[in-house]
Design a binder for this molecule. Sequence first.
Ligand code: HEM
Length: 262
Amino acid sequence: MNPKIPLNDKGLTYSSYLKVKELISLQNPLSTPVAHDELLFIVIHQVYELWFKLTIFELKSLIANLDQDNVNQSFHNLKRVSEIFKVLVQQLDILETMTPTDFNKFRDNLNPASGFQSLQFRELEIISGANVADYERFATLEPEWMSNLSQLATAGNLPQSFKNFLLKRKLISDQSHENILAGLLEIYRNPKHQQVQSLCEALIGYDEQLSLWRFRHVQMVERMIGMKKGTGGSLGVSYLAQTLSKRFFPELWELRTHLSNN
Ligand code: HEM
């Protein structure tokens, strides 16, 4: 016998809780006649935005946990973000089932929109340590983002919280480059700092995953459009290639050069 569908007095169902009707009404291709692959293109970008939303939420929680010295909870946040990023990278495989010819059937309709204008991606970068001032120009895209930006400017970022955490634990005595590097070397050499070392590894892992996403995205872009300009107005692949060197935890990367077997 089929199970009876339970309905309570709130009338709550799967669809009403998740707002499925609204969600599946949000994909509106612009091409006429509709190009087959435009739905894929829209869905994949929307899914990215949803994952960005959760990543931002987890990164803010991670910052709060570091500020309160909750190392176990910090690991929990980082583990989740790391799993999300694996999906973010892997999703590009689905996009690559679209051929450049199929993409060209609707690409002109996108102008001048581009992932370049993803405000959530910019938030994610700022929370991860990018300089807020470099992102002010994006606020013109949506006036309400200006308030997000000022909030982000005051809320601190992940590398700053990490340094404050090291200061509070007296693992560094100031925030100079030399002092941070010396403190990190001690953390990696002395087994009594095992837990903090694992935290450092989880943070560099996050930095690495962000780079992997950038790298995978630029490869996919070259496969789709070669050396054409981007719809967002940049030089395309050569612009994206310049972003590959962005790193938010430079000391954690530099440290490795100075480590030895004692
Ligand atoms: C056919 C698929 C795609 C192509 C051809 C493409 C192309 C490009 C190009 C050329 C740029 C440089 C800016 C410009 O001039 O437009 C860019 C930036 C960007 N794209 Fe894509 N993209 C694609 C899919 C995606 C997807 C699925 C996402 C996920 C959200 C995404 C997110 C971004 C982001 C965040 C940037 C800014 C990167 C930065 O400035 O560091 N793109 N994309």
